[in-house]
Ligand binder design. Structure first.
Ligand code: PLP
Length: 395
């Protein structure tokens, strides 16, 4: 079955009782039992719920594995993996530009319990070899990364992690299973912020963990019930609805990103564009090898001041200023003051996260409108500089 067909048909038969084409929302907390302990797979909705179970089955199909568990947010999903696998003294290796929330949960929640965090340039083979030790339990990567869209060689990192006896976790939020299948590249666990492209409409917060092996999955599944960070049946139903157009949406997101990256790349006020689809992107060749599309996100550095960045991001017509990404409505974000503000300024600078970096999440609008909105914003910055220069001359 092809990917688009799976999003609509996999694990989604019409509802057997009524023939309802689309499964209902099982908005229930509990289930009647035939005899004590005798039920039809459902006893209490923290443990299991038919709408949630259906979503988990679909997500597992899309990532090409047998096991999925969904959570109340991407960070709740991340927490389940970290809690399942890290004990005091254990080590985790993470990339330099890991998502800010992952950085925060590791440094503020797990480090105080004695977990050792090794944050390195994970694309550097020697740095990775030096960071791995017999205490390394997890190697954690995103690819493409947030917000600089760096691309890492998942196969090579999986090989190094496994040789050290560690598991490889891949955050596949930016790529989505349409464009990247991390299990085929050696990942042991995949995590998603479902909030983003999988949900796709900026109307829910949700996360997912996937695994190929039952033994690797079991401790995470246990924590889903034991710690209870589950999503509501309604949110699961919304994701099931969103997934049905995942391929269509991703095609438009990608086309928009491609046109925007090209327009920005040609603009004199843009110092640097980060988009894996550009031949000049350092991860372009790896992306071509391990992805079937370059994704829908574009970041760029304005050749200007932080004040100009603030003015640019605050006054777009179609790009709403907001955190998050991956919805049908375009968003723009200033990572230094928004998503990555939890990373101290000095560390941001050391990680190469410029304060004039702007992150774009093109929606499913028409590319002409989005490109025109960005170009007119850049032209306005240039015009404001001209006006200042003229008034200085006048003074
Ligand atoms: C790459 C990535 N992973 C994980 C998360 C966390 O997901 P959530 O916000 O759903 O908790 C985010 C959120 O922005 C993200 O961008």
């Amino acid at each position: 079955m092809e990917f688009a067909t799976k999003t609509i048909h996999a694990a989604q038969p019409s509802e057997p009782e009524t023939g309802s084409l689309i499964a209902p929302i099982f908005q229930t907390s509990t289930y009647e039992q035939e005899a004590p302990g005798q039920h039809r797979g459902f006893d209490y909705s923290r443990t299991n719920n038919p709408t949630r179970a259906r979503l988990e089955a679909v997500l597992a199909e899309l990532e090409g594995v047998a096991h999925a568990a969904v959570f109340g947010s991407g960070l709740a999903a991340e927490n389940a993996i970290l809690q399942a696998y890290l004990r005091p003294g254990d080590e985790i290796v993470i990339p330099q530009d890991v998502y800010g929330g992952t950085y925060r949960i590791l440094n503020r929640v797990f480090q105080p319990f004695g977990v050792v965090i090794r944050q390195i340039d994970i694309g550097d083979d020697a740095a990775l070899a030096a960071a791995l030790s017999p205490r390394t339990r997890l190697v954690w990567i995103e690819s493409p990364t947030n917000p600089r869209l760096l691309v890492y060689d998942i196969t090579a990192i999986a090989r190094a992690a496994h040789a050290a006896g560690a598991l490889l976790v891949v955050d596949n939020t930016f790529a989505t299973p349409l464009f990247q299948q991390p299990f085929q590249l050696g990942a042991d666990l995949v995590v998603h912020s479902v909030t983003k492209y999988l949900g796709g409409h900026s109307d829910l917060v949700q996360g997912a963990v996937l695994a190929r092996d039952a033994a690797v999955f079991e401790p995470v599944k246990f924590l889903q019930n034991a710690t209870g960070a589950i999503p509501s049946p309604f949110d699961c139903w919304l994701t099931l609805r969103g997934l049905k157009t995942l391929e269509l949406r991703m095609q438009r997101h990608e086309e928009n990103a491609r046109q925007i990256a090209a327009a920005l790349d040609a603009h004199p006020l843009v110092r640097r564009v980060y988009y894996p689809g550009l031949a000049s992107h350092p991860g372009h060749e790896i992306a071509r090898r391990q992805m079937t599309g370059f994704g829908g996100m574009v970041s760029f550095e304005l050749d200007g001041s932080v004040e100009e960045v603030v003015s640019f991001v605050s006054s777009r017509r179609f790009f709403a200023l907001g955190e998050s990404l991956g919805g049908v409505k375009a968003l723009v974000c200033h990572p230094a003051r928004m998503t990555h503000a939890s990373i101290p300024a000095a560390e941001r600078a050391a990680l190469g996260l410029s304060d004039t970096l702007i992150r774009l999440s093109p929606g499913c609008e028409h590319p002409r409108d989005l490109v025109a909105d960005l170009v007119s914003g850049l032209d306005a910055v240039a015009a404001a500089r001209g006006a200042v220069a003229v008034s200085a001359v006048g003074a």
